[in-house]
Structure formats: structure tokens, C-alpha cells
Design a protein around this ligand. Structure first.
Ligand code: CO
Length: 253
């Protein structure tokens, strides 16, 4: 069942989104060569709590960290660790979910760890294309169209650029729960999906790779790695469908 959020709920989701975006903006400059992903996670948790955001990932299905930090060939759900140290030129995704006044916001960004004179051109383009596909999704999303139109728009941007779209993980509705209906695939499933209506809130999150979109789950039970070990990028915003388009909730105002 797809829930429609009323004005009061949207105010709370907007607040959650603004706080989460502030956390993201604050933490990305801390990403430097040599930083352990566990240290990055600790900073994220501290920043979330300072903003009055509860880290939703912590305790979710037994997950023990405030964030997912996915490096290079890890697509999503990378587990922060003292052993994983970021290196200049690495492609790192920070994915965070925060709860404010009972409502969730979910957001991800991928960046290249600074320090190389010339980061790999292909990785720069991979991240650009992931961002472009999300931007395109937000341009086409509006009330009255079917969700499938959004999914195909993402797929088209990604595949036209020569990259692969992950099939095994998808975006989702969001609100009182981290994951609500509907699923938001980043590719054509053959199902047109629900009609978008004002008050729907969605986490749209293209996950793309340089190579084949096939994935494996690592023995930690979480980390999603590309089967061919090609590098991946993931960007995500929480949005609301409005009367005439979309509002990005995960943005700093
Ligand atoms: Co999500």
C-alpha cells in the first residue's frame, strides 16, 4: 500500500531531509586518504545525533552502524570497518538514513577520495552519469504519470552512457518506515507501476556500474559487490511528489 503524506507529515519529512543533507554536507569534506571507514561512520553518527537525527540503519535487521560506506567495487551496504582505509582515487559512497519526529529521510552520495593529481576519467564519468540519471528522474517525475516512466528515464541515461544498472536493489517509498511501497526500480521491469500522486514520498537511488550489473553478497551478509569487480556509484535523494512536480527533501536550505 502506497501511503500519501498529509501536510503535517510532509513538514516532518522536510525537516528530516534538511537535517540529513546538512549531515552529508558536513561529513563529505572529512573524506581523506587514510581514513578508516569506521572513523567516518563514527563522525556521521555524531553529526546525526547533533542534529537530533536518529540513525535508522543502526539496529535495522541487525545492522550495527549508522551508515553504509561502499568503496570501489562495493555497490551498496558496505559495512564500516577499522580495516577498510580510504585511498586517494577510491570511489566511495556514503549512504545515510535519519529519523526525525518519526519520519525517515534517506540519502547517498558518491565521491572520489581526494589526493590524486588525475583521478581515473572513467570513475569521474561514472559518478557524473549516476548524478545525471537521478537529476533526470526528478525532471520527469510528476503527478499523473506512472512510476515506470521514471524507472525507464534512469535506465536510459545510464545505458546510453555505456554503464550498467543494478537490478537486485531498488529505490523505495519512505516515511514512517525506511522502506515503504512502492519499489522504485532503476530499469524497465515491464510493469508500469503506480500512478504518481501528490504526497507520495520516494527514495530514488540509481546504482550503476562500469561493467556488468550482476552482484554478489559478501560473507559479512551485507556488502553488495559487483560480480566482475567493476566499480560502482550510487546517489540517492528522498523526494515528495507535489501538485506540479517534485520537491527534493534531502537538501540543505
Ligand atoms: Co534507500
Amino acid at each position: 500500500m502506497v501511503t500519501i503524506k498529509n501536510k503535517a507529515a510532509l513538514i516532518k519529512m522536510r525537516e528530516a531531509g534538511h537535517k540529513l543533507a546538512s549531515v552529508m554536507q558536513g561529513v563529505l569534506p572529512s573524506i581523506v586518504d587514510g581514513l578508516a571507514t569506521a572513523a567516518l561512520d563514527a563522525e556521521i553518527e555524531a553529526r546525526m545525533r547533533a542534529h537530533g537525527l536518529q540513525p535508522a540503519c543502526k539496529g535495522f535487521k541487525g545492522y550495527r552502524h549508522a551508515s553504509c560506506i561502499s568503496v570501489n567495487d562495493i555497490v551498496v551496504h558496505g559495512v564500516p570497518s577499522q580495516e577498510t582505509r580510504l585511498k586517494a582515487g577510491d570511489c566511495v559512497t556514503v549512504d545515510i538514513v535519519g529519523i526525525s519526529k518519526g519520519y525517515h529521510a534517506d540519502m547517498a552520495r558518491t565521491i572520489i577520495v581526494p589526493g590524486l593529481k588525475e583521478p581515473a576519467a572513467e570513475v569521474v564519468r561514472l559518478i557524473e552519469v549516476a548524478e545525471q540519471s537521478l537529476k533526470r528522474a526528478l525532471e520527469v517525475a510528476r503527478p499523473g504519470i506512472r512510476l515506470g516512466v521514471v524507472s525507464r528515464a534512469i535506465q536510459q541515461v545510464v545505458e546510453t552512457a555505456g554503464f550498467g544498472v543494478i537490478r537486485d536493489f531498488v529505490g523505495h517509498g519512505i516515511g514512517r518506515q525506511m522502506h515503504e511501497d512502492p519499489q522504485v526500480p532503476n530499469y524497465d521491469t515491464g510493469d508500469e507501476g503506480p500512478i504518481l500522486r501528490p504526497g507520495m514520498t520516494l527514495a530514488i537511488e540509481p546504482m550503476i556500474t562500469v561493467g556488468s550489473p550482476e552482484i554478489v553478497i559478501l560473507p559479512d551478509g551485507w556488502s553488495v559487490q559487483t560480480r566482475d569487480r567493476s566499480w560502482a556509484a550510487h546517489v540517492e535523494n528522498t523526494i515528495a511528489i507535489t501538485e506540479n512536480g517534485v520537491e527534493v527533501l534531502t537538501q540543505v536550505r
